[in-house]
Design a protein around this ligand. Sequence first.
Ligand code: T4K
Length: 372
Amino acid sequence: MDDKKIFVTRPSMPSFEEYTEEIKSIWESQWLTNNGAEHEKLKKELQDYLGVEHVELLTNGHMALELSLQALGLKGEVITTPFTFVSTTNAIVRNGLKPVFCDIRPDDYTMDPDKIESLITENTCAIMPVHVYGNVCQIEKIGEIARKHHLAVIYDAAHTFGIRYKGRGIAGYGDASCFSFHATKVFNTIEGGAVCCNAEMAETFGKKLACLKDFGIVDEETVSWIGPNAKMNEFCAAMGLCNLRHVNDEIARRKLVNDRYRKNLEGIEGIQLNAVQKDVTPNYAYFPVVFDKEKFGADRDEVFAKLKENNIFARKYFYPAVNAMDCYKEYDPMETPVAYCMSHSVLTLPMYASLGMDEIDRICEVIRACGK
Ligand code: T4K
């Protein structure tokens, strides 16, 4: 067994010198948080990079989801996917809204638009789909349904940094898109997140978000909403400014990792690799693999255990499906059978820019040895 542990991911980081150079100005200004200079600079640079008119920076991706729902002032039911990180659903429930789970597509694991309309009731107010693993949702179909039924669409875009769809930044679709800049993401600000929207939404929704993330304070004597503290601080923004300089290189190196995995695993019976989507410029955020025991000879849990024995820590993102979690026991996970099945058969393999080609070959060798 190789002694070196391989984790599902490692954060991308600038050099120590680049970061310390970036934070020098914070000592000069003694401005640590509350929309400081680094915050403002990052906001502007992200607007350009993501190709979107408004970016509101936040403490994390979860607060992006939670505050988007609050800023829209929604009431009732939100149609969402159970095949996601629990944050998506928690954001809905913590706003006093009711999640209604829609099943997913078997090839890219995103919400199945053909199953949305049957879930719409007079109480439905919004759809919250997830571009899971960086796979872009069926944007046009979801948009059409939302327009027909007057529903808001808030995308959980936590996995989708830098992705373009039909040549346009993914952040510009829907009423709002919520990003995570957590350490484990393609682009990180240590902890962080953002809500992105177009100019039209920025006027009301964007302005409200800016107040909501600061307790709902409008000015020194006016508090108009009940908000938390969800402001990104200067040290996180500085990390973002450094990482943004290298993010194209980060994605290019992830592509090499992706290609090596594909070369090793493509064509093996019983192994389904992630869909290659038309019109999408990907970011290679995750490398999900679905195992079919009948055909491959081993199930997901057996492969997971064998990898672990070899010091390779793949993860079962996303198991259990949210509607199978203890805290959501009022739901029946069998009502979304595709999500249920995927959550039992998917494994996300290690994926990060500095993962070595020899390490990928070793991971694939362990996987292949599990098969027939
Ligand atoms: N929506 C979706 C669809 C999401 O996936 C997420 C977050 C959110 C919303 C909410 O966004 P945030 O509020 O988190 O910004 C991780 C992340 O904490 C979470 O951000 C992410 N999704 C989720 C999919 O994965 P864990 O509990 O699996 O992380 P953890 O600590 O086990 O880290 C995974 C591996 O990464 C470690 O084994 C080693 C490596 N690692 C991790 C950290 C934190 C490092 O090498 N260095 C580090 O600093 O949740």
